[in-house]
Design a protein around this ligand. Sequence first.
Ligand code: SDX
Length: 431
Amino acid sequence: MANETVTITDNSTGKSIDLPIKSGTHGPRVIDIAKLQSELGMFTFDPGFMSTAACESGITFIDGDKGVLLYRGYPIEQLAEHSDFMETCYLLWYGRLPTADEKQKFDGIISHHTMVHEGLHNFYNGFRRDAHPMAITVGVVGALSAFYHDSLDIWNDRHREISAHRLIAKMPTIAAGAYRFSRGEPFAYPKNKLKYAENFLHMMFSFPTEEYQVNKVAAEALDLIFLLHADHEQNASTATVRLAGSSQANPFACMSAGVGALWGPAHGGANEAVIKMLQHIGDVKHVDKAVERAKDKNDTFRLMGFGHRVYKNYDPRAKIIRKACMDVLKELKVSDPLFDIAMKLEEIALKDPYFIEKKLYPNVDFYSGIILRAIGIPTSMFTVIFVIGRTIGWISQWNEMMTEKNLKIGRPRQLYTGPAIRDYEPVEKRK
Ligand code: SDX
């Protein structure tokens, strides 16, 4: 509503100020605290940004209580059923679904940008063979600005669009290169006739010595995984991309910052951590013990793939992936004991008062690893798969920020609790 305000009073001085309240399309209203420091001489204090909206955005909306996720207003369930990853990339970047012609043109643009500069291949040789693929990916993505500097004017709409096309198109090529390098295998060049996920599987698993037949079930499952990971409001890695972009760094440097932030096991690294956790549990009969350990404050063990800052209900993506898991395992005639352990873990945790009271539900990472295993993706590549899906979200959020009228550099303040001001003591006087 227009002119809604909230009054803040500093009881130590009696001074009060009225702060404007802003409303969006969906979700909580926000208090605009911009004048808090100038009028009350205070900052807000919110480590982890539990109650902080850092920006205005029209790209993705999450209702954590209802388990709702919208990409540009479309429910994730409808996009998962009727759309595909390329169409979703178009939607997130341009803000609307493409016509048939627009979709065909966009698919063609992306297909024709999938190759990387040959010089980029040399970067891989600088890594150890056993380097984690995320270590390679964060380095190679950052290096892209050394190769594609012909369109780095961040204030130029067309340059930003070209960089977005390049990033969407080249991420699978960079990712597959990290995998091939780790195995001492030659890089496989992309094939323009293949669809996005098919092309990635070809670059991952084809050999120059024989024809490679893409498994359509695997390609479809991977396309769904990319779609479900495409964007998710201001999560840690997207917030990192925005903060890097606010300094006016080039888009490739910002993406590299996002890759680094995603790697952590509390964020995108959770999909790899879930599989390691399920392998460690080892058998359904050990699930009860694992749940007890996850509840024990003195035990650092947590149920990876469970809990979420925003979802206090089932992550809608987890529901979709869980069903896809069953379909893919059945269609590929794969039985994975880890899936049985995961389902048992979910069954027990969702009935446990600790998890109910703390509203801990499976998140997108809980089941995604099971599908990736079923289609042959090695565990060390799981977070890199997340990077491929999330690249469109990062670059769309970056683009949205770059078109803001009064873009300011992000520069949070702090509550200082260090030593009070003091004079330097000459060394001979120190005890
Ligand atoms: C992603 O932000 C996004 O949108 C991220 C993401 C995206 O698409 O970008 O959705 C992708 O990162 C999903 C989350 C993947 N991470 C994991 O699965 C790791 C396990 N989950 C936890 O580390 C945790 O739930 C977080 C990091 C996801 C959320 O942490 P919060 O919001 O800071 O919550 P918290 O750590 O303060 O936990 C609240 C309480 C705590 O207990 P108390 O201190 O209140 O007694 O719940 C407990 C926690 O100990 N808790 C868990 C738990 N997660 C939280 N207890 C056991 N197992 C868990 N997994």
